[in-house]
Design a protein around this ligand. Structure first.
Ligand SMILES: Nc1ncnc2c1ncn2[C@@H]1O[C@H](COP(=O)(O)OP(=O)(O)OP(=O)(O)O)[C@@H](O)[C@H]1O
Length: 573
């Protein structure tokens, strides 16, 4: 095993070798500057020899030394049972097995192992300990905890570098720790909200079992609020000292996520003294999926997996995401990512009336019942398209509609021209994110992306029940859900939906119901109301609803995913 002296010696040697080799591989000024910057933290190639050298020649040589990812440490460790030559640069760790020379003199081709430091989230000193012993024990080496990608999932992995020299181990441990803690996007302190009532009431357990140990390992401290009721997260967010935190985490489903996002934007508005205009929150939001619907989480993780979500947070993967504001009669209802009016809203309203049922059963019941009572709403649908020419993605228009331009509809701020369609609609969706889920792997709105500054408007006109079911079923397959004459899609920056029916949906509904409703809608407004599904939450709104897209309003921990891991789809249709 190599000791620290040996290590430094090897380091210098490697630097000399590098100097010769790098002359040929030198490239552009930019790259040199970057590497010179990198050298600032740990004198990678530095040493007495270099310090003594002067003049232009020395400068050129120094630049050459730093021209590639220069070596910070070099030493010998055992990985498994074999000794390896291990190199540490500022960006990665590589190891090559050391094998004795073949008697025939043949060179043995060895594949080095590589671990990018951007995937490493914790470094620990490994010690030999007896059962029950909590501290001390002889040093065995360094252990690196890292994230490994498997499909869309991130998994925890470890790499053990064995060397019994305590000095050698601590040199590596300290250097690795310094490099790993240098990633500025990684959070050190998080405000965590857990909704204990989400889905099967497993959020606290999910957090304790899968997330808290990873945060602890990565030295991320937390301040936890287990919410007691709807609106609790919002009231805490209004009051708490945010500058103590690097990020906020929500453990729950889409309803909880929407509440925390809404709270983050409102708090940013409050701090910026901007009562009208939405303000981008400073803190990113991490989402640990624990709800019955998790489309926001799935859209930035590609999978419903708390470990993947926690690793995205720990590693500081950040993604800007568009949001919508929903308002009615000039009053803000909420900020969110997606809304459904018609079938989507009605089916959620029916599900909410059967709260006592298990959530999947409740959803299937509501879906089937709403399909059985399928009824279109007559609406005025106005929108501002992203491109000037409003067109159906597949060149079709519903026969029930007449398309016309709103006279004098250019907005006062010059944001674009409103187009109005009037007709009968079975469902209208507005989604600023793709809304990926295991049931719809390419998303409910595959034509939009997380940060394109627009939303997807999907208007499903009147049609037969069987055709509507065909349309719904295609969400679970890869494509074709919009290739129906009664489906129209637009890329928009704002939408206004004005239901024209004189009777509210709930009035009609109550006539045919068994009267088993024990719950009231989550948000209620005065007068005749229509059910909306906003991020999986039932919101009853009278009159017109105005939806505006706010580009990149929020930052979420995660990445831009084009497809989610799929599971078996709902069997009820
Ligand atoms: N302790 C609590 N008791 C009841 N509701 C709560 C509590 N804490 C938060 N909430 C509210 O519960 C709602 C639903 O939460 P969430 O979306 O996480 O769960 P879900 O299982 O996906 O949803 P749902 O129960 O609607 O299927 C949110 O609006 C949230 O504000």
């Amino acid at each position: 095993m190599s000791g620290p002296k040996e290590e430094l010696g090897e380091q210098r040697d490697s630097t000399k070798k590098k100097k010769k080799k790098k002359k040929k591989t030198e490239s552009g000024k930019k790259r040199r500057e970057k590497q010179q910057e990198e050298e600032g933290v740990k004198g990678g190639g530095g040493g007495e020899e270099e310090e003594e050298e002067e003049g232009e020649k020395q400068q050129v040589e120094e630049e050459e030394v730093h021209s590639s990812d220069c070596i910070v440490l070099r030493g010998i460790f055992k990985l498994g049972k074999k000794s390896h030559d291990v190199l540490l640069t500022r960006t990665r760790l590589t190891w090559t097995p050391i094998t004795p020379e073949m008697p025939t003199g043949e060179a043995c081709v060895l594949q080095p192992g590589v671990m990018p430091l951007q995937d490493v989230f914790a470094v620990k000193v490994k010690r030999r300990r007896a059962a029950g012993q909590e501290s001390g024990g002889p040093v065995l080496g360094v252990t690196l905890f890292c994230s490994r990608q498997r499909g869309r999932r991130l998994e925890e992995d470890t790499l053990h570098l064995h060397n019994a020299s305590a000095e050698h181990t601590y040199t590596w441990y300290n250097t690795l720790k310094e490099l790993v803690s240098g990633f500025s996007s990684r959070p050190k302190c998080l405000k965590v909200f857990i909704n204990p009532s989400s889905h099967k009431k497993e959020a606290v357990h999910i957090y304790r079992e899968h997330v808290a140990p990873l945060f602890k390992m990565a030295d991320v401290s937390t301040d936890i609020t287990v919410t007691e009721k709807k609106g609790h997260a919002l009231s805490v967010m209004k009051e708490c000292k945010l500058d103590e935190f690097d990020g906020v985490v929500c453990v729950g489903g889409d309803g909880s996520v929407a509440e925390v996002c809404h709270a983050l934007v409102l708090r940013a508005q409050l701090d910026a003294d901007s009562p009208e205009k939405p303000v981008k929150p400073v803190l990113p939001l991490g989402i640990i999926p624990a709800g019955s619907t998790n489309v926001v989480s799935c859209s930035v993780h590609g999978v419903r997996d708390p470990v993947t979500a926690a690793l995205h947070i720990i590693l500081g993967h950040q993604q800007q995401v568009d949001m919508c504001s929903f308002s009615s009669l000039g009053q803000l209802v909420c900020f969110g990512f997606s809304a459904m009016f018609g079938f989507g809203g009605q089916s959620l309203a029916r599900a909410e009336k059967k709260r006592w049922m298990p959530s999947s059963q409740r959803r299937e019941y509501a879906l089937v019942k709403t399909l059985a009572r399928l009824k279109p709403e007559y609406c005025h649908l106005s929108f501002i398209p992203v491109t000037k020419t409003t067109r159906d993605l597949f060149g079709h228009h519903s026969e029930d509609e007449d398309l016309d331009q709103d006279p004098g509809s250019v907005d006062a701020e010059g944001e674009g021209t409103w187009t109005t369609i009037k007709g009968l609609y079975l469902n209208i969706s507005v989604m600023s994110i793709p809304c990926l889920s295991p049931h719809a792997p390419r998303g409910l709105a595959p034509n939009t992306s997380l940060a394109n500054g627009s939303a997807s408007l999907i208007a499903v006109g009147n049609t037969s029940r069987s055709e509507f079911i065909k349309h719904l079923k295609r969400y679970s397959s890869s494509s074709g859900q919009f290739s129906f004459s009664f489906v129209e899609t637009h890329t928009v920056t704002a939408v206004r939906i004005r239901p024209r029916s004189q009777r509210s949906w709930s009035e009609e509904e109550s006539e045919g119901e068994e009267g088993d409703s024990k719950t009231t809608p989550i948000i209620q407004t005065e007068g005749a109301t229509f059910p909306w599904n906003i991020d999986g939450e039932l919101v009853e709104i009278a009159n017109e609803v105005l939806i505006r897209v706010h580009p990149r309003l929020i930052t979420l921990y995660g990445e831009d995913m084009d497809e989610a891991e799929s599971t078996v789809s709902c069997s009820c249709i």
